[in-house]
Design a protein around this ligand. Structure first.
Ligand code: ZN
Ligand code: ZN
Length: 318
C-alpha cells in the first residue's frame, strides 16, 4: 500500500514536471517541423549546406541554414524559352502566364499575339520568313530582360541563356526551426528591408516574386518561362515564377500534396493540389495551414497566377 502510494506520488511528480515544461513554451501542442538540410540537392549548391548563427526578424539569434545556390537545377533542363519560327511546335518554346492560365509559347502563340492581346502593335516575327524576333546575345538579354526595356527591343521575345550566368551564386539563409509569427510579413517589391523572394526549391532555384508582367508587356516584349516555370536574368540567374511540377518533390504517403521546397521562414512549401487533384480550401491569407504531420506549411498558388505564396507567416533572416 505504502509502496503504491509512493509510486503514485512519483508518477504525479513526473506528470507535473512534464506539464510544467510543456506550458513553459507557447504552442507546444503544435508540431514544428525543422528544415531538413539533406533535402537540398548538393548538385544545385556551390558549397555544402552549413549552419550559421543569424538574427531573425524577431530579433532572436538562432541557427540558420546557409544555402549557397548555383541557381542551376541539377534535376531538370533549363529552357527552351523563345521559339525561333512561327512554325515551331511547343517543344521549341516555353510557357506564358496570363489571366490565371498557362499557355504554350509555340510559334502559333507568337503569331497570334496581336489577337491574344487585342493590340496590332504586336508583331514579333518576320511575315515573309516566319522568323521570330528574339534576343540573341548576352548584351541583348541584359538590355531587354529588365523592367526598363529599351525601345529598340520592342516586339522581341526575350531570353537569357544559362551560359550568361554560369558563375553566379546566391546565398540564402533560412532558420533551421521555423518560428510562427502572430501576424504575417508582407513581401517587399524589390531590394527592401523585407524579402521579395518567397523561398527555395530543393534544387536550389529560388521561388521568386511575381514576374513584372505589365512592364514586360508594356514594352511589347515577351519573356517566356520554360516548362519548369523558370527563366534567367543576369542579376538573379535562373529563377521560378511558377511551380509546374518539374523540380524535385517529396511525395507524401497520406495523399497530401507533395513537398517542393522551403519558404524563407523555414516552413515547407507544397504543391497546389493533393494526390486526388484537389486544392485545399482552408488556407490562410499567406496560403498556409497546419496539420500534425507537416506542422504549419504552405501550398503554392496555381502555375497560371505568376505567384507562389502571399506572405511569410514566420520569422525570416534579417
Ligand atoms: Zn523573372
Ligand atoms: Zn497541407
Amino acid at each position: 500500500m505504502t509502496f503504491r502510494f509512493i509510486l503514485f506520488q512519483l508518477t504525479l511528480l513526473v506528470l507535473l514536471a512534464c506539464s510544467k515544461d510543456d506550458t513553459a513554451a507557447p504552442n507546444t501542442t503544435d508540431t514544428v517541423v525543422k528544415v531538413d538540410g539533406t533535402n537540398f540537392l548538393s548538385g544545385g549548391l556551390a558549397e555544402p549546406i552549413s549552419i550559421v548563427s543569424k538574427t531573425l526578424s524577431t530579433g532572436a539569434t538562432v541557427d540558420c541554414y546557409k544555402i549557397v545556390t548555383k541557381s542551376t537545377p541539377p534535376d531538370h533542363d533549363m529552357g527552351p524559352w523563345c521559339p525561333s519560327n512561327i512554325s515551331d511546335d511547343a517543344s521549341k518554346g516555353g510557357i506564358w502566364l496570363e489571366g490565371g492560365q498557362v499557355y504554350d509559347v509555340d510559334g502559333a502563340f507568337i503569331k497570334n499575339l496581336a489577337t491574344f492581346y487585342n493590340n496590332t502593335t504586336w508583331q514579333m516575327y518576320n511575315t515573309s520568313t516566319g522568323a521570330i524576333t528574339k534576343t540573341l546575345t548576352q548584351a541583348d538579354c541584359q538590355a531587354a530582360a529588365n523592367p526598363n526595356v529599351g525601345v529598340q527591343y520592342k516586339n522581341y521575345c526575350v531570353e537569357c541563356l544559362p551560359s550568361y550566368v554560369s558563375t553566379l551564386t546566391k546565398t540564402i539563409y533560412i532558420p533551421v526551426t521555423p518560428v510562427k509569427l502572430t501576424s504575417p510579413v508582407s513581401f517587399g517589391a524589390g531590394p527592401m528591408a523585407v524579402p521579395s523572394i518567397r523561398g527555395i526549391a530543393f534544387n536550389g532555384v529560388v521561388f521568386d516574386a511575381p514576374a513584372p508582367v505589365s512592364a514586360i508587356l508594356g514594352a511589347y516584349t515577351l519573356a517566356p518561362f520554360d516548362d519548369a516555370g523558370g527563366h534567367i536574368n543576369i542579376g538573379a540567374g535562373y529563377h521560378y515564377h511558377a511551380a509546374t511540377g518539374k523540380s524535385t518533390k517529396i511525395i507524401q504517403t497520406d495523399g497530401h500534396a507533395a513537398m517542393i521546397g522551403y519558404a524563407l521562414d523555414g516552413f515547407g512549401i507544397y504543391e497546389n493540389q493533393n494526390t486526388a487533384g484537389v486544392e485545399d480550401t482552408d488556407l490562410d491569407a499567406s496560403r498556409g495551414h497546419y496539420d500534425s504531420i507537416r506542422g504549419y506549411h504552405y501550398h503554392v498558388a496555381k502555375a497560371g497566377t505568376n505567384s507562389f505564396i502571399n506572405s511569410l507567416a514566420g520569422a525570416y533572416v534579417k
